[in-house]
Ligand binder design. Structure first.
Ligand code: AP5
Ligand code: ZN
Length: 213
């Protein structure tokens, strides 16, 4: 299965991605995660990307496109993949189409997570992530068993640098302006699967599985 999951910040893409990759046994390619990893390791890409990410702006297309191009040619993508957070502009989608064509493969579906703006802010601002394994929690909707501590490995839970109310508002604006045109782009290709992402985590996953069947 070759999938894309798209949606505004805080829509639940990463949360659903964790379940999708387990069920369909495909690798999770999250450009946000890869960029954050680069920031942590202080690579050239990370240092460049940080300037944009801290403001909630998009990292320039050519940097992200190169990163995904490289990732998709790895062996573990042979039986499929889930792209999360990419493409994010029509230019990125066009370059992805060109690469897939060259590779002789096609996308199966584009999962489009639809969530009301008020809920998005609440979800993003309340999100906590594990410093060591990256697991995602929410202070109200999905709290860890012990406050501030990861259930998986006991790691410390922290807030993402771009999850402040102000930066989230800019990320939503950027989504509307630069990413939402992708919805029409993929609808025109007959690939779009709209999902009501405002329901609880398990209900959203059920909708996705039914939609992909
Ligand atoms: P990225 O990491 O992709 O962030 P995002 O798109 O803003 O998405 P989020 O990770 O914030 O949200 P999510 O939808 O995954 O929600 P989650 O499941 O965590 O990108 C970050 C930055 O990197 C960008 O701003 C940009 O600068 C750069 N970047 C990345 N890709 C790029 C690209 N292709 N081009 C250019 N720049 C790029 O859920 C959120 C919270 O809600 C969690 O706490 C969760 O527990 C909770 N929750 C989830 N689902 C539910 C539910 N159903 N009910 C209740 N609570 C829920
Ligand atoms: Zn952890």
């Amino acid at each position: 299965m070759r999938l894309i999951i798209v949606g505004p910040p805080g829509a639940g893409k990463g949360t659903q991605a964790e379940s999708i990759i387990k069920k369909y046994q495909i690798p999770h390619i999250s450009t946000g995660d890869i960029l954050r990893e680069n920031i942590k390791e202080e690579t050239d890409l990370g240092l460049e990307a940080k300037k944009y990410m801290d403001q909630g702006d998009l990292v320039p297309d050519h940097l992200v496109v190169a990163l995904v191009q490289d990732r998709l040619t790895r062996k573990d993508c042979e039986n499929g993949f889930l792209l999360d957070g990419f493409p994010r502009t029509v230019a990125q989608a066009v370059s992805l189409d060109a690469q897939l064509k060259k590779m002789g493969i096609k996308l199966d579906r584009v999962v489009n997570m639809e969530v009301d703006e008020k809920l998005l802010v609440e979800r993003a601002v309340g999100r906590r992530i594990c410093k060591s394994c990256g697991a995602t929690y929410h202070v109200k909707n999905n709290p860890p068993k012990k406050e501030g501590t990861c259930d998986v490995d006991g790691g410390q839970l922290i807030q993402r640098a771009d999850d402040t109310e102000e930066t989230v508002a800019n990320r939503i604006k950027v989504y509307k302006e630069q990413t939402s045109p992708l919805i029409d782009y993929y609808r025109a290709q007959g690939l779009l699967l709209n999902i009501d992402g405002s329901q609880d985590i398990d209900q959203v996953f059920d909708q996705i599985v039914k939609g992909l069947a």
